[in-house]
Design a protein around this ligand. Structure first.
Ligand code: NAP
Length: 298
């Protein structure tokens, strides 16, 4: 926290998930400034009246995990709206670090024109590894809500054996699902084998799809295209956990009357307390590292 304590941190919004993090940073002695009072109590946070006052001299900009919406608006404002428009960017200090959970392609493209560094902290290894736990539990909850039978004995396919896929797969195995995990790289397949899972290369899934009753996708790339969706039965329940737009052709799924949905933001949605404690445990050191990296580059 050494570097952090020297800097002004401008809070660009947040919700319950950010509460524990902000409280922790204030307690550590960081100068945390917000535009309006949060609806939850954070002792020691400094409140300013205008966006200009918020951004002046702030080289660390902290946006919420949920990012901005399609209109450039922060999704979880404390009170006053902050919009990522021309006026906002004109007020930002050169060389600022913008921390945000995920940023969409539109914002990433926009930021290429600005002297700002974007850090998508939900993609950081530490955060992503811990987030896999509530994501896996939430996915199982969602599956159970959509099923008329038990996970035990259900023919289940997990696409992608990365952090979320593996966290999910072994939990499903513990529930005695009839489970198959599929992955592109050998690394993921070997990790699955090490966990005692039955695994197949991703390119071989076609011959198993017709038997599957429960499918979880964690691959952030179109993997279930129209051709593959044709191979599934109408009874199959498809849960796409990958970041938007997911790995399922949802238009084709609708045409084929398949039960398929995309489920973003599971940790914050179902387990806000856990999501908050993950941010509190990981983000201060990520910010510290990024500040030091930026100073080395300069
Ligand atoms: P990860 O550890 O990086 O795993 C990514 C997985 O996707 C790996 O199995 C990887 O396979 C596979 N993959 C990536 N691109 C691929 C491609 N073009 N073709 C085939 N396979 C590909 O990521 P993670 O932490 O598990 O997260 C997985 C996804 O879930 C991400 O999109 C993440 O943003 C999202 N997520 C969603 C939630 C939620 O609430 N819904 C929560 C956390 C994360 P290889 O081994 O071959 O690379």
């Amino acid at each position: 926290m050494k570097q952090l304590l020297k800097m002004k941190i401008a809070v660009l919004g947040g919700g319950r998930r950010e509460e524990a993090l902000l409280q922790y940073m204030v307690e550590m002695g960081a100068r945390v400034v917000a535009l309006s009072k949060p609806s939850f109590p954070i002792k020691g946070i400094q409140v300013v009246e205008s966006l200009a006052a918020l951004l002046e001299g702030a080289t660390i900009l902290l946006a919420p995990a949920s990012g901005i919406d399609e209109n450039g608006r922060i999704r979880e404002p404390f009170g006053e709206d902050i919009i990522f428009d021309h006026d906002f960017f004109a007020m930002i200090e050169e060389g600022s670090l913008l921390f945000m959970g995920y940023a969409g392609d539109g914002l990433k493209e926009r930021l290429k024109e600005e002297p700002i560094t974007l850090i998508e902290y939900l993609l950081h290894k530490e955060v992503a590894t811990l987030n896999a736990i509530p994501t896996a539990e939430g996915a199982i909850k969602l599956a159970l809500e959509g099923m008329s039978t038990t996970i035990q004995g259900s023919k289940t396919l997990v696409l992608g054996l990365g952090r979320v896929g593996l966290a999910l797969a072994w939990r499903l195995k513990a529930l005695n699902a009839s489970l198959l995990g599929a992955n592109r790289s050998k690394e993921g397949l070997f990790k699955g084998v090490e966990m005692g899972l039955q695994v197949i290369p991703l390119k071989e899934i076609d011959r198993y799809l017709g038997e599957v009753s429960l499918l979880f996708n964690t691959i952030p790339s179109l993997v279930l295209d129209r051709h593959r969706l044709h191979l599934l039965t109408k009874e199959a329940l498809l849960l796409d956990l990958a970041s938007a737009p997911g790995g399922i052709d949802f238009e084709a799924a609708k045409d084929l009357h398949l039960k398929a949905s995309l489920y973003p933001g599971i940790p914050g949605l179902f387990f806000p307390e856990k999501a908050a404690s993950i941010l509190k445990d990981t983000l201060p050191s990520i910010i510290e590292e990024e500040v030091m990296r930026a100073q080395e580059v300069r």
